[in-house]
Each structure stands twice: as structure tokens, then as C-alpha cells.
Design a protein around this ligand. Structure first.
Ligand SMILES: C[S@@+](CC[C@H](N)C(=O)[O-])C[C@H]1O[C@@H](n2cnc3c(N)ncnc32)[C@H](O)[C@@H]1O
Ligand code: SF4
Length: 449
């Protein structure tokens, strides 16, 4: 039988993370703003429909050299209030054009970035209070934020807790000082511990840490040490991301050299080390990159069969509409994706002129909708029922994975085996008809492991 390390090297190929289908490089049928608003309207038609809001705050004070997110680096906090005003104006545009967005149940709101904790407590209040007041907030709403612990204060956490925030995600990445030096991110253990303890004290009940494997100068020793320190603080959830090295998009990743990065084999070993240490500490594997304690809502959603996946990653809420507000944010009405302008100044100009800041998107074809459902099913439940007309084709395409015992076919279902779990991205690629028909010539995705 083929060993785990052979499997990992065999299947370590560029692969999407499937937070959408079609994946972004395959978007082609861009909606106009008017077409997008019609999709929003349609998604909000059922009286029991619900929505989620994602707000992107792009600002960070310093640039971490590994970062692949959409950020604006500035220490000038005068940018806060105009930006908040623009996000509120954008939301008002939606509420005016599609009043149901203010009438349907708001079930999830997430502040992401960049660094949302760039905003002062007062700015946070000015953004969130009017927004929540203009929505019909559901009793089971989940309010969450991702924070850079180096720039997170007790006062910020308190303001958010007062508004109902109970979920928080801390960017940790790695605790090793040398790794931190190379990624330009000095964040001592005490800082992460302080924010974790303060959040718990204030009643946050779901604390996530983001960790990354494959960063410059990481090795097995540093990885074990980081994970031991992590487990000691007992976050409820863990995201264990593969470092996406995309220097052709993010120039700051050239601040370290490729010689500083663990080799393919070393990186794959770091992943296995992490996976085993999480399992020994009773973290359950949720799906791509994510682990959670049995007491966390994410695991409970797995058990209840209600886990969902969207641009925010895995979530416990499945809404008819996800409205992305702020620069570069992506919205999703299930049958259409819509992305906002990616340059902050242009986004602000468009909002100032009373226009929806449409940049691009994709209107899903009937085939896209079918494939989207299949990929979502396998990414959230480790199994999928294959339609009769696709079954033979998918089985033939994935025959090597079947032979390697990554998947098994049981009646009309395909199931991911325990051995196959680390290869979920590869398995999804077998269902991804757009990718299969038109493989990219250039490197557009990071490695699967
Ligand atoms: C918006 S960022 C971080 C939030 C916050 N600004 C911070 O730094 O803590 C969300 C997460 O994306 C992950 N991330 C960013 N760039 C990445 C890359 N190149 N490869 C893999 N993960 C990355 C990091 O784990 C990070 O915590
Ligand atoms: S990792 Fe976080 S703080 Fe660092 S540049 Fe990226 S978004 Fe900003």
C-alpha cells in the first residue's frame, strides 16, 4: 500500500480552496450592477429568507511579508471615518434598492480584513450600531471578527461584546521569533494569551486561531513548539492554512527568498505533524484546513449536518444572500457572485458618486449550479450523491484516487475515506467541470498541501 508521505507528494499540486464554485479564475459572465441587484432581489423574495453580511476593513499599520490578503497599509487613522461612512452608504444603497435586505433576518455578520481592529472602539460603534439598527437581527445571529492580536485592545473587545459579538478569530501564524522576523510580524506569546483571556472574560465563546505551515524557516521543531503553545491556550477552533506563496501577485513575499521556505517534502511533513498533534489534543477535522473542539458550534454543525462553506470559510449559518460590503468584498446570492472594486480610492469614488462599486462577478449557469452543490456537499460532509449522468465520468476521472483509497464509491455516493481527508481539495477538482475542461496554463492556485 502507498504510504501517507508518498500520497502527499503525489497529490501536492496547485489546487483551489473552493470557497466558491466556479473558482474566481473561471468567472466570466460578469453581472452589471442592475443584474446583480435583480439577483439580490430574487434571493430575498421568500419571506423566510435570511442574509449574512461581510464587511472588509482593508487597513493595517504594517505589512506582514507573507500576507496574501487585500490590504491598505497606513498609520494615518484619519482614513477610518470616511471609510466607515462609505460602507454605511453602500449598505444604504442596497436597502433603498432592495428594501427586503433590511426586512429579512440577519443571521451572520463578520468583520474581516486587513485588520478590522485598525478601527478605534468609537469607529467600530459608529459603523456597527446604525447597521445593526437598520436590520432585522435574528435571535440566533452570529457576530464575529478577525483580529490582529498585536493591535487589539480590551476596549475594542468590550465594545464588540456589548454589540453581541461572541466569535473571534486571532491571527497567530507562528510563535517562533525567527519565523516572525522573516514574516515581519513580531507577536509574542503573551500578546496572544492576553487577547484570548480577555475575550473569554468578556463572554466570547468561540475563539479561533489562524496558523500557517510552510512559512520561511519553519521546521519540525518550530512547528511542534508553535502547536504545543497553541494547544495550551485551548482555542475552540483552528485554521491550519498552507502558506500560499504567490510572489507574482504579492511583491512583499519577495522580502524573504525561496531558499528560506521549507521544501515541498518538509512542508508536507509540517502539515502531518500539525494534523497528528491536533488529533491527539482532541481537535476534530472539519474539512479543508479547519479543526474544532467537540464543544464548538462548528463541530456541532458537522454532527447536525448543517455545516456550510462560503467565502468566509466554514460557517454554521446558511443564508440565501451573503452581502459583501467594503473594498474588494465578494457577495453571493447562490446563483451569482459579485465582487466590489479592489482599489480603496476607486471604491470610495464610486460610492461617493452613488454607484454600486461593481468590479466583476459571475452569473452561474445551470451546470455551474449543479456542480456547486456537489462540491459544497463533499466539502461539508465528506460524501456526495452523484447524479446518474455524471457518475461514470467522475468515477473514471478519479479512478487513481479510488485505487489509492482516498475515495470509495458506495451505490450512488462517493465518500472520502479517512486516508483521503487531507486531499479534499484534489477530490473537489475531480468534480470541477470548468477546471477539467480548461486547465490553467499559468500558475493561478497555490499548492493543495
Ligand atoms: C485577513 S488575514 C488576518 C487578520 C489579521 N489582520 C491578522 O493579521 O491577524 C486572515 C488570515 O489569512 C491567512 N493568510 C494571509 N496570507 C496568507 C498566505 N499567503 N497563505 C496562507 N494564509 C494566509 C492568515 O492566517 C491570516 O490570519
Ligand atoms: S496578516 Fe493581517 S496584519 Fe498582516 S498584513 Fe495581512 S491582513 Fe495585515
Amino acid at each position: 500500500m502507498i504510504t501517507q508521505s508518498r500520497l502527499i507528494s503525489k497529490y501536492d499540486v496547485p489546487a483551489p480552496r473552493y470557497t466558491s464554485y466556479p473558482t474566481v479564475p473561471y468567472w466570466e459572465t460578469n453581472p452589471t450592477s442592475e443584474q446583480w441587484l435583480q439577483c439580490v432581489e430574487r434571493s430575498m423574495q421568500p419571506e423566510d429568507s435570511s442574509l449574512a453580511i461581510y464587511i472588509h476593513v482593508p487597513f493595517c499599520e504594517t505589512l506582514c511579508s507573507f500576507c496574501g490578503c487585500n490590504t491598505s497599509i497606513t498609520r494615518n487613522h484619519d482614513v477610518e471615518l470616511p471609510y466607515i461612512q462609505d460602507v454605511l452608504n453602500e449598505f444604504r444603497m442596497y436597502q433603498q434598492r432592495v428594501p427586503a435586505t433590511g426586512e429579512r433576518a440577519l443571521r451572520e455578520l463578520h468583520l474581516g480584513g486587513g485588520s478590522p481592529t485598525y478601527l478605534s472602539p468609537d469607529s467600530m460603534q459608529r459603523l456597527l450600531e446604525p447597521m445593526l439598527e437598520s436590520c432585522r437581527v435574528s435571535a440566533d445571529v452570529e457576530l464575529s471578527i478577525e483580529v490582529d492580536p498585536r493591535r487589539t485592545t480590551f476596549d475594542q473587545l468590550k465594545v464588540l461584546a456589548g454589540l453581541g459579538f461572541r466569535r473571534i478569530s486571532l491571527g497567530v501564524q507562528d510563535f517562533d521569533p525567527e519565523v516572525q522576523r522573516l514574516i515581519n510580524r513580531n507577536q509574542d506569546y503573551e500578546c496572544t494569551r492576553r487577547v484570548t483571556e480577555q475575550a473569554r472574560e468578556l463572554g466570547y465563546h468561540s475563539i479561533n486561531y489562524d496558523l500557517i505551515y510552510g512559512l520561511p524557516r519553519q521546521d519540525e521543531r518550530t512547528m511542534r513548539d508553535t502547536i504545543e503553545k497553541t494547544i495550551a491556550l485551548r482555542p475552540d477552533r483552528l485554521a491550519f492554512y498552507s502558506y500560499a506563496h504567490v510572489p507574482w501577485i504579492k511583491a512583499a513575499q519577495r522580502l524573504f527568498t525561496e531558499a528560506d521556505l521549507p521544501s515541498g517534502e518538509e512542508k508536507r511533513n509540517l502539515y502531518e505533524v500539525g494534523r497528528q498533534m491536533f488529533a491527539s489534543a482532541d481537535y476534530q477535522e472539519i474539512g479543508m484546513d479547519h479543526f474544532a473542539l467537540r464543544t464548538d458550534g462548528l463541530w456541532k454543525a458537522v454532527e447536525a449536518g448543517t455545516l456550510h462553506r462560503n467565502f468566509m470559510g466554514y460557517t454554521t449559518q446558511n443564508t440565501n444572500l451573503m452581502l459583501g460590503l467594503g473594498v474588494s468584498s465578494i457577495s453571493d446570492s447562490w446563483d451569482c457572485f459579485h465582487q466590489n472594486e479592489k482599489v480603496t480610492k476607486k471604491y470610495q469614488k464610486m460610492i461617493g458618486e452613488g454607484q454600486l462599486p461593481t468590479f466583476r462577478g459571475h452569473m452561474l449557469s445551470p451546470e455551474d449550479l449543479r456542480v456547486r452543490r456537489l462540491i459544497l456537499d463533499v466539502a461539508t460532509t465528506w460524501r456526495v450523491k452523484l447524479p446518474a449522468d455524471l457518475s461514470a465520468d467522475v468515477r473514471a476521472y478519479l479512478s487513481e484516487m479510488e485505487a489509492d483509497n482516498l475515495i470509495v464509491f458506495e451505490g450512488d455516493q462517493m465518500r472520502v475515506t479517512d486516508v483521503g481527508r487531507p486531499f479534499l481539495r484534489n477530490i473537489c477538482m475531480g468534480l470541477d467541470l470548468r477546471f477539467r475542461r480548461n486547465k490553467p496554463d499559468t500558475k493561478v492556485f497555490s499548492q493543495s498541501i
